[in-house]
Structure formats: structure tokens, C-alpha cells
Design a protein around this ligand. Sequence first.
Ligand code: SF4
Length: 62
Amino acid sequence: MAIVFVDSDLCIGCGLCTEICPEVFEMGDDGQAHVINEDECSELDCCAEASDSCPTEAIKFE
Ligand code: SF4
């Protein structure tokens, strides 16, 4: 199963992913998005949608 993560070199902290899929992404004190629930990503369409919508393509899967 693919593991979702946010590339901190690319994230500009726009917050879009946390609006699209708050079950998986949360803004951290560092101003960047973080994955809070990677297990949910494969279950939720919004996770892939957030990845597709990220303006800097910072949401990746490995
Ligand atoms: S949508 Fe992309 S750039 Fe914006 S906060 Fe999420 S990971 Fe960062």
C-alpha cells in the first residue's frame, strides 16, 4: 500500500489539502501540512484529491 507524505521542501503552507481532506492532513506549528492519519488515505477519495490539488505537488506517495 502506498504511504502518503508531504515533501517539506515543496509545501508552501497554503492549507488547501487540510481543507480538502482534514481527516488526513493538518497544518503544523511550522506552517506546513503534515499527515496525521496515513492509514485513512487509501480509504478516502479526498486524499488523492488533495494530492492532485496541491499547487506545488508536495503531496507524494511512496
Ligand atoms: S496543498 Fe500542498 S502546498 Fe498547500 S499546504 Fe497542502 S501540501 Fe502544502
